[in-house]
Design a protein around this ligand. Structure first.
Ligand code: NAP
Length: 254
């Protein structure tokens, strides 16, 4: 069975690692092509958009795909809706793999918003030295803020418009708690802005923010397409594929 993994996340790569060695499965991972030097998963990899839902449907037919796993980032909304539409028209089973969102703990000062524009408005009341970890896209929302300093951390450099007082920290997770404490202290940051990406790789910043008494402006996730089953872990998603393919679990089950 040919499995298409829509990727761009740690979980997508891990899923490809688990599925690739299994007998009877052919795995293709799809990346958008946003990151200059992505960490490539094993198996086949295709890079670049499909051309909307219709383009994806054509790709599914042409490559005889038997199952799709949407393991894209929780904030990659368009591709998820395209996958729902493309698999519905081609009658290919679809599963969404979504790591659970973060939840605040004792001592956290979280301010929830639903967009980067709202996050930018919330920043004005929250601090003047901002740890901005929402990725390189969408910095335009913060560009008009000229009375705050932004430490922008992203994998690749953002494109303008960007905030006028900004320092760029090019880095990619996983991050450590000690490292996050150090970044906050060194730059004297007083507010953290993050998307609710979930997962352990980038969670230490939340602990470091709590310890340092920083408010956290957290952008909540957009909705997922209705009717699509959701797995919370790579293992659950791998079991779904295995059941669908009808093949027995091999020794290389990961
Ligand atoms: P998006 O807004 O949902 O998608 C925009 C367009 O990019 C899609 O319509 C599709 O083009 C193409 N695309 C997106 N993901 C693709 C994939 N895995 N394979 C092939 N084409 C893809 O996505 P985004 O928010 O720009 O994110 C792009 C990628 O970065 C995703 O794969 C996501 O997993 C990853 N990522 C996103 C975030 C985030 O915060 N948004 C964070 C970390 C990683 P066509 O319509 O032409 O098919």
């Amino acid at each position: 069975m040919h499995v298409l993994v829509l990727g761009g996340t740690t979980e997508a790569r891990r899923l490809a690692e688990v599925l690739h060695p299994r007998p009877g499965l052919r795995v293709t991972s799809s990346l958008a092509g946003r990151v200059a030097a992505p960490r490539l998963p094993p198996g086949e990899v295709r890079i670049g958009g499909f051309g909307g839902a219709a383009g994806m449907a054509a790709w599914l037919r042409e490559h005889a795909v038997g199952a799709v796993i949407d393991a894209t980032h929780p904030f990659a909304e368009t591709i998820s809706f395209n996958a729902a539409e493309a698999t519905a028209t081609t009658h290919v089973p679809l599963l969404a793999l979504r790591r659970p969102g973060w939840v605040p703990g004792e001592g956290d000062d979280w301010r929830e918003v639903t967009s980067l524009a709202q996050a930018a408005r919330a920043v004005r009341d929250a601090g003047r030295r901002v740890f901005l970890t929402t990725g390189r896209m969408g910095l335009a929302a913060f560009a008009p803020i000229n009375d705050a300093f932004f430490l922008v951390r992203s994998v690749d450099a953002p494109e303008p418009p960007c905030p006028p007082h900004m320092e760029l920290l090019l880095d990619r997770g996983p991050f450590t708690l000690d490292g996050e404490r150090e970044v906050i202290a060194r730059h004297r940051l007083d507010v953290l802005v993050t998307k609710d990406s979930g997962g352990a790789a980038t969670a230490p910043k939340l602990t470091a923010a709590r310890e340092a008494g920083l408010p956290v402006i957290i952008v909540r996730r957009p909705p997922t397409p209705g009717g699509v089953p959701v797995a919370a872990t790579v293992e659950e998603a791998a079991t779904w594929v295995q059941t669908l393919s009808g093949a027995p679990f091999g020794s290389a089950s990961g």
